[in-house]
Design a protein around this ligand. Structure first.
Ligand code: ADP
Length: 219
């Protein structure tokens, strides 16, 4: 079902969130204080306003409180990000997601009641480092601080073997929860007799320690 979002700040992060929400069929209101940014997005966002989001009165007049979910995508100006998030929570917006540029910023956002703090630069850095660490790693998603879900290309030595023969859970402690085939078919919860072939992508869940061990030591 389409939801109503308000994105504040149309920089690289906010712009990309806005584009994707629209592609996913959601209604998006966008606010940026910079005229050039507003102009850039005016052809794809129907309700777009050039305004300073630290002005509570302006946010009220724009009807921001009718949105279910607000995304504060102001990075550089930490003070504006914090003040905007505080006003949005005071206005009673059910869900506020805000981008943090460092740990102090993140801690303040959490203290003032932001529901979800995201760290795009830090998270991309972690993901890229994992990809650099292993030639086979395609994607990496942190589930908690200790557990992750990874997508790994099958290793050449796995070709033609069953999961039972590979015995990954016993050897590395992590579990293959799905296998993506080259034709995009997905085997969810594969069984012991399912075979791995070259070109398959394994979706694996485990503790970070187990996954690092698997990535670095699989033979
Ligand atoms: P990114 O790193 O994602 O590009 P930036 O911090 O560079 O993020 O961009 C944030 C955007 O937020 C900019 O387009 C800027 O004009 C906008 N912005 C900053 N402060 C305010 C504010 N008080 N009200 C509205 N928009 C703002």
């Amino acid at each position: 079902m389409a939801k109503q979002f308000v994105v504040i700040g149309l920089g690289r992060f906010g712009g990309s969130v806005t584009r994707t929400l629209i592609e996913l069929g959601h209604e998006v209101m966008a606010i940026d204080s910079n005229a050039r940014r507003v102009q850039e997005f005016s052809s794809i966002v129907q309700h777009i306003y050039q305004a300073d989001s630290t002005d509570e009165q302006v946010l009220k007049e724009l009807g921001v409180r009718n949105c279910e979910h607000a995304i504060v995508a102001i990075g550089e100006d930490i003070q504006a990000s914090i003040l905007t998030s505080l006003i949005l929570k005071d206005l009673g917006i059910k869900k506020v997601t805000a981008k943090a540029v460092n740990d102090y910023h993140s801690r303040v956002l959490e203290k003032i009641g932001v529901d979800h703090v995201v760290h795009p630069e830090r998270d991309t850095g972690i993901r890229v480092a994992h990809q650099l660490n292993s030639n086979n790693l395609i994607d990496f998603t942190e589930i908690t601080a200790d557990f992750s879900l990874v997508e790994v290309s099958s290793f050449a030595s796995m070709h033609g073997k069953t999961l039972k023969q590979l015995n990954i859970r016993a050897r590395y402690g992590c579990t293959i929860v799905a296998i993506k085939k080259p034709d995009n078919k997905v085997i969810v919860s594969p069984n012991a007799e399912d075979k791995i072939h070259t070109g398959d992508i394994l979706i694996i869940i485990g503790s970070n320690k187990q996954i690092h061990y698997f990535e670095g030591n699989y033979e």
